[in-house]
Design a protein around this ligand. Structure first.
Ligand code: G3P
Length: 218
């Protein structure tokens, strides 16, 4: 399973990278805004700074809603670094853009996936990744993990190469259940990775080891 970090915060990206566990990054316009990044030049420079830290795939989302605009943005974004993946929303024009970019060999991540039909369409159009937002489904009383499972099963049934990128992950249980389901990628905030490395018995055990060593060695 690949681990991506879902943030545009450079220090968090660096921290996850330094842990040695990071395979890529996902961003979106809300995450860029959270970092106070605005204006095309600043946004593109920020993507460059992310790609300087991480050699794995970095999703950069288009903000155009029409096909022509999406393609124009995608062509500019891929010039930033070779590991840029174009993140495109699940709309009619988005689907057409995914098909066109995929035909040109440009990697895409189809975002805002909330049902398996959308995921199947994105795969048919040639998306490299699909991003089901499981936390947001849970927020409205649906079962986000069930969607991840359904998409994974459908893709396996037909040997579909599109990777299931479980997104909107809120806690370690989400991540571990996605791993059990067999999702290809989990993208989550840094805090989920940090929560996952903690266990109180690890802390207690380590304190005991060090105390015993000190007793004998001063
Ligand atoms: O990658 C998708 C993600 O950014 C959405 O997460 O927590 O805003 O639902 P969230």
């Amino acid at each position: 399973m690949k681990f991506f970090i879902d943030t545009a915060n450079l220090s968090e990206i660096q921290t996850a990278h330094d842990l040695g566990i990071l395979d890529g990054v996902t961003t979106n316009p809300s995450l860029m805004a959270k970092e106070g990044i605005s204006g095309k030049n600043n946004i593109y420079s920020h993507y460059k700074a992310i790609c300087d830290i991480v050699s794995g795939d970095v999703s950069a989302e288009v903000i155009s809603t029409d096909l022509e605009g999406m393609i124009r943005e995608a062509e500019e974004l891929v010039e930033i670094a070779p590991n840029i993946v174009i993140k495109i929303p699940m709309t009619e024009d988005g689907l057409k853009a995914i098909k066109k970019l995929s035909d040109e060999g440009i990697k895409t991540n189809c975002t805002l996936i909330f049902n398996a039909g959308q995921a199947l369409l994105a795969a048919k159009a040639g998306a490299t990744y699909v991003s089901p937002f499981l936390g947001r489904l849970d927020d409205i009383g649906h079962d986000g993990l069930e969607l991840v499972s359904q998409i994974t099963t459908i893709y396996r049934n037909y040997n579909i190469e599109t990777e299931v990128l479980a997104a909107s992950i809120r806690h370690t249980t989400h991540l571990l259940e996605c791993a059990e389901i067999g999702a290809d990628v989990a993208t989550c905030p840094l805090k989920v990775f940090l929560q996952m490395l903690k266990h109180p018995l690890t802390d207690i055990g380590l304190a005991q080891f060090l105390a015993d060593h000190k007793k004998m060695n001063g």
